[in-house]
Write a protein that binds this ligand. Structure first.
Ligand SMILES: Nc1ncnc2c1ncn2[C@@H]1O[C@H](COP(=O)(O)OP(=O)(O)OP(=O)(O)O)[C@@H](O)[C@H]1O
Ligand SMILES: [Mg+2]
Length: 347
């Protein structure tokens, strides 16, 4: 009766309980069992009933590991629990004895460990892919930069060098160096954010002016991409980190030039007195619904690296910045028709 295992004996062809120890009864809401046939007591346990019947009929022992049963721990709720179970004939008697050892905690712990392991595995895989992409992304501008520097040096060796051509080369070197600088900035942001070191320097920021500033800075890229911008904005002032919000706007506009080239981009800035809302809507390639949540995660991209360069970090960093401000960023998109990114920031 006091064994630290659930034990019960049923006798006869109707499997009437002749013994059920406290541990066994505890799993059945402490109901009275002795004297009752199995089918009456355990309609919920059709499978256990079948096992007991088979053992009674064949005289052969049955053993099962981590069997799931619903148990009532005394509060009237049936919850899932795992048992290692042995059901065998009682020697010298017309009955069957059941031993149950609960292993729910062990099974749960193992399942948690398995989930953790597979999460870790996919994190490591994502990081490996990322390292490969990052190296590739850094090398592309570096190759161009080296070529231009080489050309520049050769022009200088054969004077008189044409100042216009020298300036052009210098400009190309600068563009590529800036691109490398931006990529390294993103990488530094990743370690800063994952290390919990994203601190905000709040100051009054006027969002429309900031967007206009970013647009001015992106003028060349927008023109090259063939994206005409239409800005509808009212002045909105909030307490934000200027450089970080600048980064969010820059990321969204840079995505529009990449994924919506040749199409117009509509940008809206508005406020309802509590929230500032920035909307960047393009008519580009759009994003499959299945990918829409994923793209805000680190290193996640929904396009092939062959067709579109990028680290898959822009939106992740943007989302981190926006949530640090207590705001939210979301996407609404239809493949082939375009994407609309909305950022909401408490003033
Ligand atoms: N405007 C958009 N239209 C269509 N797809 C988009 C758009 N913006 C983002 N995406 C998708 O979301 C993915 C993640 O965007 P994110 O800005 O984080 O990374 P990225 O642009 O690939 O690289 P980077 O780190 O250089 O910004 C992109 O790879 C692309 O698949
Ligand atoms: Mg991007």
């Amino acid at each position: 009766m006091q064994a630290p295992a659930a034990i019960a004996i049923q006798e006869g062809p109707d499997h009437v309980y002749t013994l059920a120890n406290p541990s066994y009864r505890q799993f059945l809401g402490n109901r009275e069992l002795v004297g009752k046939p199995l089918r009456e007591v355990l309609p919920e346990f059709a499978r256990l009933t079948q096992i007991v019947r088979d053992v009674y009929r064949t005289g052969e022992k049955w053993e099962g590991h981590e069997q799931v049963f619903k148990v009532d721990r005394g509060d009237g709720n049936w919850v899932e629990a795992y048992f290692n179970l042995i059901v065998q004939p009682v020697l010298g008697a017309d009955g069957v004895i059941t031993f149950g050892f609960e292993v729910t905690d062990l099974v749960r712990a193992r399942k948690e460990k398995e989930t953790l392991a597979s999460d870790l595995e996919s994190a490591v895989r994502a990081r490996d892919t990322f390292v490969a992409i990052a190296s590739h992304e850094l090398r592309t501008p570096l190759t161009t930069l080296l070529l231009q520097a080489d050309g520049l040096l050769r022009m200088l060796e054969k004077p008189p060098a044409d100042p216009d051509k020298l300036r052009e080369r210098g400009g190309k070197i600068q563009t590529q160096a800036l691109r490398i600088n931006r990529l390294i900035g993103s990488l530094l942001d990743v370690s800063r954010i994952t290390g919990g070191r994203l601190r905000l320097d709040r100051e009054p920021v006027e969002l429309r002016a900031l967007v206009e500033e970013v647009l001015q800075r992106s003028e060349g890229a927008l023109k090259r991409a063939g994206c005409a911008v239409q800005l509808t904005a009212s002045a909105v002032v909030g307490q934000w980190d200027r450089l970080r919000i600048d980064q969010v706007v820059t990321n969204l506009i840079s995505n529009a030039t990449k994924y919506a080239a040749g199409k117009p981009v509509r940008i809206t800035v508005e406020s309802d007195g509590k929230l500032a809302r920035l909307v960047v809507a393009d008519e580009g390639i759009g994003i499959d619904p299945a990918d829409q949540a994923r793209i805000f995660a680190r290193f996640e991209r929904a396009v092939s690296e062959r067709n579109f360069g990028g680290l898959g970090l822009g939106l992740w960093i943007s989302e981190q910045i926006v949530s640090a401000h207590g705001g939210a960023i979301r996407v609404d998109s239809r493949p082939g028709l375009g994407s609309t990114f909305t950022v909401e920031l408490p003033l």
